[in-house]
Design a protein around this ligand. Structure first.
Ligand code: HEM
Length: 181
């Protein structure tokens, strides 16, 4: 997993707990590189999961909610860092549709070692949108946050339902997104 994701997770934690508390926390978590992450490095996803678990334990906060919050944080970084991907998108559904065949395709070209999920999307009747997440990594709550932030960015009122699906050897979740007028 790209170092930028770790760097942003740590920045988010620092914004909540302060730098010193995050330093202490990283000292306590068993990490291969002692918690020194650089944006250009690559690190195992399980280390990210360990850090989120440790933040959750420290703050006494549910892990799923932290992953989701991190999705919101990361989405804001994407908007800032890669505005080109947002050009020409009419609404949140357009944006979500473009992740699999456009955004993540470009990400893979830039960073061949990136570990990305795959998405299947479908527009259903009545302003309903289906997005199915499949990944080797259990980041569906993070994904939930990204989707929520994306819809907010395009100023939609919407309701999102997430259901985990069982697929052998993978993590899979189905998101049903209903636009609310
Ligand atoms: C709402 C829109 C988006 C969704 C739902 C989404 C979803 C995800 C998810 C769930 C992951 C975690 C990896 C996994 O679960 O296997 C991920 C990773 C990533 N995404 Fe996206 N993404 C979105 C937009 C973007 C944008 C706009 C960029 C801009 C470049 C981007 C770049 C990346 C990068 C760099 C990673 C990390 C890959 C790695 O760690 O190796 N994504 N994305």
């Amino acid at each position: 997993m790209k170092g930028i994701v770790f760097v942003e997770l740590i920045r988010m934690a620092e914004s909540v707990m302060g730098e010193a508390a995050v330093d202490d926390l990283l000292d306590k978590v068993e990490l291969k590189n002692d918690g020194a992450f650089t944006a250009v490095g690559n690190y195992p996803c399980r280390e990210l999961l360990k850090i989120v678990d440790a933040i959750g334990a420290e703050l006494n906060a549910p892990i799923e909610a932290l992953h989701k919050r991190f999705g919101h944080w990361m989405f804001a970084r994407f908007v800032e860092g890669y505005p080109i991907f947002f050009d020409g998108k009419e609404d949140g559904f357009d944006m979500l549709e473009s992740i699999e065949n456009e955004v993540h395709v470009e990400v893979r070209k830039l960073y061949p070692e990136a570990e990305l999920p795959s998405f299947a999307t479908e527009r259903l009747e009545g302003d309903l949108f289906k997005m199915v997440y499949t990944s080797e990594r259990p980041l569906h709550h993070f994904c939930h946050g990204l989707i929520e932030a994306c819809l907010l960015h395009f100023q939609h009122r919407s309701e999102i339902q997430m259901q985990e699906r069982h697929v052998a050897g993978k993590f899979c979740a189905e998101f049903l997104i209903q636009k609310v007028a």
